[in-house]
Design a protein around this ligand. Structure first.
Ligand SMILES: *Cc1c(COP(=O)(O)O)cnc(C)c1O
Length: 433
């Protein structure tokens, strides 16, 4: 199995966190998101420990909450003493509603509105990760009105493409996010930030990409960022206190995906940061990392009920389920891979057929996965599981076709509980006049 929280019990059913998924589907209905809370906590602890050991006691992980954002997750992050990333006032609202201490929150986004900036400062956001010049101006004005000095990091584009081996000179410089080192804009932003009375520049941030398996991506990013910090110290006398390396560690969606030892990789990055800082005469910064996917993805699973099984002789087979792109738009968006199984007989030795697993939306692109191998005799009423759906599924879900969103059920220590209720039709038209 692709993650050690998955297994098969005596009944031959798929289990998550030791619990029978067929029974969970029966009890809570389908479609259903499951989240293995024990796994989430284990991942938080792994990151915290690894970062402390690699970078020192001041360093810590921030959970990138765009991967999965609802109140209970912020409560868990608070209990695990994690920091968080937020990317909208809606995420700030949710975190505040869950009593998450906002001084440990970092606010991202390439286009924070005036209202977003005011809302965040009003609620005592810890840090802005400033993307651009306009944002810097607005924060300075709002902070002055409030009579505070707002802590910020600057988002820098180091010019790395995480999916090619060589450092690409211009590669990601054309991103909509951040200010590039190469164009001189990162330096301009530094000078501007330092000139603002109500802004305290704490350090720099970069985020090179997502679903990264290349073990040296963080090493390359670190080297570029530290060189830049050394240059800013030499030219402007500015000394960085904090270096945020972003998120991006990959997870296994398929058996053929490699398993990365994240703790070991972080330790390597730690050695590199120390050596580089010494060579450049920089003090060791507090380091942040912003894992999203690698905290929650493999804690998650989605369960569906099989409906129509359609065979088009000489062409293609379709297995339709009672959810689809409304609860998981990732195949439709960017052809993401997933492992798909029948939860009631994952090890069936019935002959297999190739099929597309599709949803029930009025949209041909409503596909959960193509080229899936399922027992040929799969039939209406069986439970189908899509694995590793903890990240960017619930948080990307929609009400297309007025389909209510599934509930999120958390699994903890052999028990289960509802963290997000199933939407009703009334919920779906709650704002209709
Ligand atoms: C999306 C994002 C993350 C999280 O990325 P994962 O791949 O989920 O770990 C972290 N930081 C920033 C700025 C992001 O945009």
């Amino acid at each position: 199995m692709i993650c050690n929280n998955l297994s098969i019990n005596e009944a031959g059913h798929l289990t998550l966190g030791g619990q029978d998924t067929v029974e969970l589907a029966r009890r809570y209905g389908t479609p259903l998101y499951l989240m293995d809370e024990d796994r989430i906590r284990e991942r938080c602890r792994m990151y915290k420990k690894a970062m402390r050991e690699a970078f020192g006691a001041k360093s810590s992980p921030l959970y990138a909450s765009k991967a999965a954002s609802f109140k209970q997750l912020y409560r868990i992050m608070k209990e695990e003493e994690m920091g968080i990333d937020v990317v909208s006032a809606g995420e700030i609202y949710t975190a505040v509603a869950a009593q998450f201490p906002l001084e440990r929150a970092y606010f991202h986004s390439n286009n924070k509105t005036d209202a977003d900036v005011a809302y965040a400062i009003e609620h005592g956001i810890g840090y802005f990760v400033v993307d651009n010049r306009e944002e810097l101006d607005v924060i300075d004005v709002v902070a002055r009105e409030k009579g505070i000095r707002q802590k910020i990091l600057l988002r820098i584009t180091p010019g790395i493409d995480p999916h090619t081996y060589a450092a690409v000179a211009t590669g990601k410089v054309d991103s909509k996010f951040g200010s590039a080192i190469e164009t001189g804009q990162a330096e301009e932003m530094t000078v501007l930030a330092l000139s603002k009375e109500n802004i305290s520049l704490v350090g720099y941030h970069c985020h090179v990409g997502s679903q990264v398996f290349d073990s040296d991506v963080f090493l390359r990013a670190t080297a570029i960022m530290l060189d830049f910090a050394a240059k800013m110290k030499a030219l402007h006398g500015y000394e960085m206190e904090e270096l945020d390396l972003g998120g991006g560690y990959g997870v296994r969606y398929l058996d053929e995906h490699p398993e990365i030892d994240i703790a070991a990789n972080i330790f390597q990055v730690g050695i590199a940061v120390k050596a580089h800082c010494e060579a450049l005469g920089l003090p060791m910064p507090a380091v942040r990392m912003e894992p999203g996917r690698s905290i929650v993805a493999d804690a998650g699973m989605t369960l569906y009920n099989v409906g129509t099984v359609k065979r088009i002789p000489g062409y293609k087979n379709y297995v339709s389920v009672d959810g689809g792109m409304t609860d998981n738009p990732r195949f439709a968006l960017y052809h993401s891979s997933y492992t798909v199984l029948l939860a009631d007989r994952p090890e069936s030795d019935a002959p297999k057929f190739r099929c597309s697993v599709v949803g029930r939306c009025c949209e041909s692109g409503d596909i959960l996965q193509e080229d899936v191998s399922l027992p040929e005799d799969v039939q209406r009423g069986e439970i189908l599981a899509v694995l590793t759906t903890g990240a960017y599924n619930y948080s990307m879900a929609s009400n297309y076709n007025r389909i209510p969103r599934p509930p999120v059920v958390m699994l903890r220590g052999g028990e289960s509980y509802v963290a997000v209720k199933r939407e009703t039709f009334e919920d779906v038209c709650a704002n209709d006049i």
